[in-house]
Write a protein that binds this ligand. Sequence first.
Ligand SMILES: *[C@@H]1O[C@H](CO)[C@@H](O)[C@H](O)[C@H]1NC(C)=O
Ligand SMILES: *[C@@H]1O[C@H](CO)[C@@H](O)[C@H](O)[C@H]1NC(C)=O
Ligand SMILES: *[C@@H]1O[C@H](CO)[C@@H](O)[C@H](O)[C@H]1NC(C)=O
Ligand SMILES: *[C@@H]1O[C@H](CO)[C@@H](O)[C@H](O)[C@H]1NC(C)=O
Ligand SMILES: *[C@@H]1O[C@H](CO)[C@@H](O)[C@H](O)[C@H]1NC(C)=O
Ligand SMILES: *[C@@H]1O[C@H](CO)[C@@H](O)[C@H](O)[C@H]1NC(C)=O
Ligand SMILES: *[C@@H]1O[C@H](CO)[C@@H](O)[C@H](O)[C@H]1NC(C)=O
Length: 456
Amino acid sequence: MFLVVLFFFCCTVPLSADELPYYVPSDNFAMDCSPSYSSEDFKSTSASEKKFNFSSVTRVYALDPHYRDVKPKDSACIFRKQFTYPFSVSIGPKFVRLYFKPITYSGLNLSKALFSVNIDRYRVLTTSESSYSKLPSDVSYFVREFCINTYSQILNVTFTPSSKISGAYAFFNKIEIVSMPSNLYIQENVPLPLIGQPSGYSMENSTALEMMYRLNIGGDLIPQPEDTGMFRLWTRDADYFASNEAGTSTIEAEVEIKSSLLAPTYAAPVQVYASARAVEDVSASKYSARWSFPVDFGFYYLVRLHFCEISRKIQKEGRRVFHVYINNQTAEDHADIFHWSHGVGIPISRDYVINFSRPGEGKKILSIAIASDNGSSAIHAGPILNGLEIFKLSDYFNNLAGNHPFGFGVRNLYLEYSEFKDYAEDHRVLIGAAHVLGWSVLAINFSLLFFTSLKF
Ligand SMILES: *[C@@H]1O[C@H](CO)[C@@H](O)[C@H](O)[C@H]1NC(C)=O
Ligand SMILES: *[C@@H]1O[C@H](CO)[C@@H](O)[C@H](O)[C@H]1NC(C)=O
Ligand SMILES: *[C@@H]1O[C@H](CO)[C@@H](O)[C@H](O)[C@H]1NC(C)=O
Ligand SMILES: *[C@@H]1O[C@H](CO)[C@@H](O)[C@H](O)[C@H]1NC(C)=O
Ligand SMILES: *[C@@H]1O[C@H](CO)[C@@H](O)[C@H](O)[C@H]1NC(C)=O
Ligand SMILES: *[C@@H]1O[C@H](CO)[C@@H](O)[C@H](O)[C@H]1NC(C)=O
Ligand SMILES: *[C@@H]1O[C@H](CO)[C@@H](O)[C@H](O)[C@H]1NC(C)=O
C-alpha cells in the first residue's frame, strides 16, 4: 500500500465558446506553500496520516522588508531532512514546475538552503552557496520546468538537504504538475539533426528535459493561462536578442494563422506564430539576427524553432530563403518556410540537437542566428523567426542539475514573470466578470488538500 497525496488546485481555464483550449491535461494540479493554504491542509484527518510523518515539514513565513507592515505574503515549505511527495498521476509525460523564491525566511539563513531535488529517478536540481550570490533581488519566483515521462501512477518529488553542511535545509514554494500530449517534446527513435555532425541524435522515452528558454519572438509575453492548455509561459525575446547589425524589425501576421497536420494545434499558441522578428535588409551577406542563451556545460540541448510565413507578399516557395545557424554552424542552408509548410499562415516547427556534453565549468553560450543567403537579390524577403524553445536533455546518469539551479540571471525573464503574476490576478477577475455576463465559463476549484491511500 502506498500513501498518496491527492491534490486539486484552482485552475482558471478560460473556456469560451470560440476559444477552447487546444489540449486538456488529464493531470493538472499544484501544491502551494503560500499562507492562503492553511496549515490544517497539511494535517489531514485521513487514517493514513499517521504513516506520513509531516513533522519534518514546516511552513515558514518570509521576513520580506516590503511586507513588514502587512501580513506576510511569502511562505515556503521547509525540509530539514529528506522528504518525498508521492503525487498520484496518470501514466505518460508530465510537466513538473518547481517554484522557488530564495529569500530570507524567518529564522533561516539562505546560505544554508543547500539541497537537491529529484523527480522520480532524475536529479533535477542541486543548489550550492553560489546559487544565491548573483540572483536578482526583485524576483517574484524562479520557475524551473521539467518534462518527465512517468511509468507508474506515482510521481515522487524528493527534497534532500545537503548532508555535508550542518543546518542545511531544503525549500520550495509551489509544485505544479500538468500532463502533456505524448510526443510533444520527447519523441523516441525520431532522429533529429545533430548540429555539426553528419549523424542524427535520437532521444529515448527515458530522456527527461529541463526547459531553459521559451520565447515568443517579436511578440509579447504570453501568460500561462493563454497557452494551449499546458500553462507554459512564453517570454519576449528582447533580452536575448544579441545583434541588430541589419536593422531587424518585428512583424505582425498579414494572414490568418491556420492549423495543419504538420504541427499539432497545441504545439504553440497562435500568438507565437502571429508575430516574428525579421531581417529587413538582405542586400548584403552580413545581415543577420542573432539570439544568445547562456546554458550549462555538460549536456545535450534540444532547440525547437517555430516558423510561420505571415507575409501576404510571399506567394510561392523560393521567395524567402535563408540560413539558420546554431552556434555558428549551419542548421539549415536553405530554409524556405513556404516550401516546408506548403502555404502561408501554416505553422511548422523544426527540432535540432546540439552537443555541449563535454564537461566544463561555468556557462556556455548557445547562439541562434538567421541570415540572408549571401548575395541574395531584392526579390528575396529577409529571414524570419517566430518562436523558439530550448531544453536541456538529461544525461546518461539521469542528471539534469547544473551549476545554475535558478537560471542565468537574465533579469527580465523573472521580472516578466512577476508582471505575469499580477496579470494573472487581473485575468481571473476579468474572466469572472465575463462569466457573470455569460460570455465564458470559469472553472475554479479551490485547493482541497487531502491524503488518501491507494491499494495496488
Ligand atoms: C517524525 O519526525 C520527527 C522529527 O523529525 C521525529 O521526532 C518523530 O519521531 C517522527 N515520528 C515518527 C512516527 O516517525
Ligand atoms: C548567514 O550565513 C552566512 C555564512 O554562513 C553569514 O556570513 C551571515 O552573517 C549569516 N546571516 C545571518 C543573518 O545570520
Ligand atoms: C516512489 O517512492 C516509493 C516509496 O519510496 C517507491 O516505492 C516507488 O518505487 C517510487 N516510485 C518511483 C517511480 O520512483
Ligand atoms: C515510448 O513512448 C511512446 C509514446 O508514449 C510509446 O508509444 C512507446 O511504446 C514508448 N516506448 C517504450 C520503449 O516504452
Ligand atoms: C559566432 O560568431 C559570432 C560573430 O561572428 C562571434 O561573435 C561568436 O563568438 C561566434 N560564436 C561561436 C560559438 O563561435
Ligand atoms: C558529444 O560530445 C562529446 C564530447 O565532446 C563526445 O565525446 C561525444 O561523442 C559527442 N556525441 C556525439 C553523438 O557526437
Ligand atoms: C559573400 O559574397 C561576397 C561578395 O559577393 C563574397 O566576397 C563572400 O566571399 C561571400 N561569402 C560567402 C561565405 O560565400
